[in-house]
Design a protein around this ligand. Structure first.
Ligand SMILES: NC(=O)c1ccc[n+]([C@@H]2O[C@H](COP(=O)([O-])OP(=O)(O)OC[C@H]3O[C@@H](n4cnc5c(N)ncnc54)[C@H](O)[C@@H]3O)[C@@H](O)[C@H]2O)c1
Ligand SMILES: [Zn+2]
Length: 357
């Protein structure tokens, strides 16, 4: 078993990665003493419930642990305060108290919502466990403690930082993903290759990449661990993880969070950031073509099918804007990111390159 520890300011987050680890969840998460005193609520969604919930639930029940479950409808459109409110009701009616445990079993949507519930219910409960079941959640969203929900006005506008006590990663669960949901995770993996470790780009280009996915998951998690340890609340280095996300979020919003999944939007956003970087003389020449080809290998979209003016307007409403500037993340060279504070009217000029074929 591979164990990585993220030393957060308040919580030490243990990230455990092993094939088949799902069958060992109680051994990993239960306290060493008086385990029978803890109550657990597992939060999952309508798709994951039929695949992995029973095994985990039963393994706790066998040890005499009281387990309740809360099933949310699958999909980004349910990442709302209403869903969180329903979760609070389940927690209250099952007598979950501050010393108990929430387990998030699912993709990034479940992880973000359950993390937020854990951060806020009773002003924060003691134990939060993330069991990510999509590739995107394994390499990115389950690690690092960012959680939250969307508002009608935009994505992730309400949230908290709450490091999970444990993250349990079993790549065997990726076998049940559809190609497109798998590919969404690849977009985030390519992000890590661009900003931190170019060897990931070589690996992901290989035809047998999926067979060795666990090695890449470990690499990505370790990058995220290092970045978050240095800047937990995203005032400095952590911003590089937003590579591809500035334009990506714009595209995601313009498609009403339906036309493009988060990972697909990131794919489009990565190509846009590379194109803009090449035009500015910041990014190594030829990068747009090279990375674009890898993304296409996984049938990820690479063109921005929206009016550039509209994309620009959504970028302006981005919560990461500071005054009249935005921290735009470029790839300087393969595996090297550069944060450039860019005045917004200058950004408008740079974005014109996205109109060109
Ligand atoms: N907190 C963070 O740091 C962070 C980082 C990146 C993304 N995110 C968030 O993550 C979300 C996207 O996450 P996602 O791409 O995992 O989407 P998701 O959670 O919606 O999952 C995608 C689909 O896959 C299904 N699914 C999950 N696991 C499965 C499995 N093993 N087999 C079959 N189907 C399965 C889900 O039911 C869902 O229909 C977005 O809301 C995004 O904002 C958060
Ligand atoms: Zn992302």
């Amino acid at each position: 078993m591979k164990e990585l520890i993220l030393h957060g300011s308040k919580i030490e987050s243990h990230i455990l990665i092993e094939k088949g680890i799902l069958s060992k969840v109680p051994d990993i998460v239960l306290p060493k003493e008086k385990e029978e005193e803890i109550k657990i609520c597992i939060i999952t969604d309508t798709n994951v419930k039929d695949l992995y919930l029973n095994e985990i639930k039963e393994s706790f029940k066998k040890r005499g642990i009281i387990v309740s479950c809360h099933i949310i409808e699958a999909g980004e459109e349910y990442k709302t305060l209403d869903t969180v409110s329903d979760i609070y009701n389940t927690l209250v009616s099952n007598g979950i108290d501050r010393n108990d445990m929430i387990i998030a079993l699912g993709g990034g949507v479940v992880g973000d919502i359950a993390g937020f519930a854990a951060a806020t219910y009773l002003r924060g409960i003691k134990n939060l466990v993330q069991i990510p079941t999509t590739l995107l959640a394994q390499v990115d969203s389950s690690v690092g403690g960012k959680c939250g929900v969307d508002l009608l006005q935009g994505k992730n506008l309400v949230g908290a930082f709450r490091q999970p006590n444990q993250v349990i990663i079993d790549v065997n669960v990726l076998d049940s993903l559809t190609e497109d949901i798998y590919a969404a995770g690849i977009a985030e993996i390519i992000k890590y290759g661009c900003i931190w470790d170019s060897s990931i780009l070589d690996e992901v280009s290989k035809a047998d990449f999926k067979e060795n996915i666990e090695d890449t998951v470990i690499k990505c998690v370790d990058i995220k661990r290092k970045v978050v340890e240095e800047d937990e609340t995203e005032t400095g280095l952590r911003r590089i993880l937003n590579f591809g996300h500035t334009i990506g979020h714009g595209a995601e919003k313009l498609g009403n969070y339906k036309d493009l999944s988060h990972g697909e939007a990131v794919s489009v956003g990565i190509v846009a950031a590379l194109k803009m970087g090449e035009k500015m003389g910041i990014t190594v020449l030829g990068a747009t073509e090279r990375i674009g080809k890898i993304l296409q290998q996984y049938e990820l979209p690479i063109t921005l099918n929206y009016n550039i003016e509209d994309v620009y307007k959504t970028v302006l409403s981005d919560k990461k804007k500071k005054g009249n500037s935005i921290a735009f993340i470029y790839m300087k060279d393969y595996g090297k990111a550069e944060i450039v504070m860019t005045p917004i009217d200058e950004l408008k000029e740079i974005m014109k390159v996205l109109r060109e074929e």
